[in-house]
Each structure stands twice: as structure tokens, then as C-alpha cells.
Design a protein around this ligand. Structure first.
Ligand SMILES: [Zn+2]
Length: 249
């Protein structure tokens, strides 16, 4: 099927050659796809300002083969989530969300829940809210929809259940909690993740997207969960996410 019409969120927009742009879009039915917008950087272009990151667009892509880089023939803006551009902190939060989705997905592997979470996440960012927390909750939520879901209920090394032995350590490399014995034997870097922090992550995974914004985290729990998630993300994809210049609490 050479002509593809789909909706999606622009997760990356890169310069390409003298006049073109390559756009990466996360689509509900196709997953992550790329297309080139020819002449996008000339003064007069049919693409207007639609190729900016974070926009929800409707696009038509011409593809000779499914593997080839498609050519964008038409693209229309559906929503641009204008609150994202109000300040640098909100933009960083949005950048963290799209980078996460880009990094943990492979091309053309659709995941409808991931798309819904991304649109909801971008929609819920605004300068009046705690965007760092929104981003953290988004991160926990989308990992739950992938094979990278952290293992919290048993030791990620030996499988011992957390029900009988309180697990206190998180291993970014193993992607889960580690028991005392395995920790002492050495499994690499470990981070403290106390009972309250594990409960927070479990709650964030259980709640639906609209309920998620009611969840609050402060002090030690917030610090532990942020540190663990950041280290785990790095262990999974080998890249760091854009950082907030200044954390807003
Ligand atoms: Zn163990």
C-alpha cells in the first residue's frame, strides 16, 4: 500500500539536506514512522509551520516499499498543545515525553495505549502544574505498556517474592527489585527504593490516565522514584533524557 494516511504526534523534526526535513511521527495504528517533507525549509512551503515537534497531525505519506523512507505529501495540524511553548520547563517536559516514546519503541510496531498516553501526557502539560511530576507519572505509565515494565513484586535476580522479604533495592540493569542476598552477592549498581516508593509506582501503574494527575509524590519517595526511573531508562536505552534546568516542586 504505497499511500498511507494516518494521525500521529510529531516526536522528532530534523533538518535534512538544504531544504528538507525528516519527521518522525508516533501513530496509533502504525507505531513509529518516518517521512521526508521535501522543500519544508524554503520560504514558501505547503507545510507551513506544521512540522514542529509535539504537534498532533494528520498526514499522507507515499511509500514505495514499507521499509523505504516515505515522502510526506500532505500534513495538517489537528492540535498543537500551545501550553507546551509557554516556558522552557514545560517544553523540557514535553521533550522528555517524546524522547521516551522514541527511545523505547521500534519502527512500525503500533501500541495504541502508548499513543493515547502520549496525547494525554502532552495535553496535561501546562505552566500552572507540576510538569516534572506529570512526566514522571507518564514514564511509569508507558513502561507498563512495554516489555520494560520494572519488576517490583519479586527479586529480579533470584525470583524471591517481595511478600515475605521486603525488597529495598532497585537494580537499573536488571530492571527490578533485588533481595538482600542477591544484593550482597553483587548485581551492579543498586538504588534505594523504599516501600513507600514501590507503593507509589504500583499505584501509578494501576490508575487510569485521567486519575493519574491526582497522585502526588514528595520528599524521599519522589527523589527515590525519580532517581530509579532515570537510571533505569538509561540502562534500557543507553541515553539520557533532556533534563529540567530547574526542578519545579
Ligand atoms: Zn534475590
Amino acid at each position: 500500500m504505497p499511500l498511507v494516511r494516518t494521525r500521529g504526534v510529531i516526536i522528532r523534526s530534523q533538518r535534512w539536506g538544504d531544504a528538507d526535513r525528516i519527521i518522525t511521527v508516533y501513530s496509533p495504528n502504525l507505531g513509529k514512522i518516518r517521512g521526508v517533507a521535501r522543500g519544508a525549509r524554503r520560504m514558501k512551503t505547503r507545510f507551513g509551520g506544521v512540522l514542529e515537534p509535539f504537534g498532533l497531525v494528520e498526514l499522507t505519506l507515499f511509500q514505495k516499499t514499507p521499509e523505504a523512507l516515505g515522502q510526506i505529501s500532505q500534513i495538517d495540524l489537528v492540535a498543537n498543545f500551545s501550553a507546551i511553548r509557554e516556558n522552557l520547563t514545560v517544553m523540557t517536559a514535553a521533550a522528555r515525553m517524546v524522547r521516551m516514546v522514541e527511545a523505547i519503541t521500534v519502527d512500525r510496531d503500533p501500541n495504541y495505549e502508548m499513543f493515547v498516553a502520549l496525547v494525554h501526557g502532552l495535553e496535561s502539560l501546562s505552566p500552572e502544574t507540576d510538569v516534572a511530576l506529570t512526566t514522571l507519572l507518564f514514564q511509569i505509565h508507558i513502561l507498563g505498556h512495554t516489555g520494560f515494565r520494572p519488576q517490583l513484586d519479586s527479586c529480579a535476580e533470584c525470583g524471591q517474592s517481595a511478600r515475605y522479604h521486603a525488597l529495598q533495592w532497585f537494580s537499573p540493569r536488571l530492571g527490578g527489585m533485588v533481595c538482600e542476598e542477591c544484593g550482597q552477592r553483587g548485581v551492579g549498581r543498586m538504588l534505594v527504593l523504599s516501600r513507600g516508593s514501590v507503593a507509589f509506582i504500583e499505584q501509578a501503574r494501576r490508575l487510569s490516565l485521567p486519575q493519574l494527575s491526582r497522585l502526588k509524590a514528595m520528599g524521599t519517595v519522589r527523589l527515590e522514584v525519580e532517581t530509579a526511573m532515570e537510571a533505569y531508562f538509561y540502562a534500557v536505552v543507553g541515553k539520557s533524557l533532556p533534563t529540567f534546568e530547574q526542578w519545579v516542586f
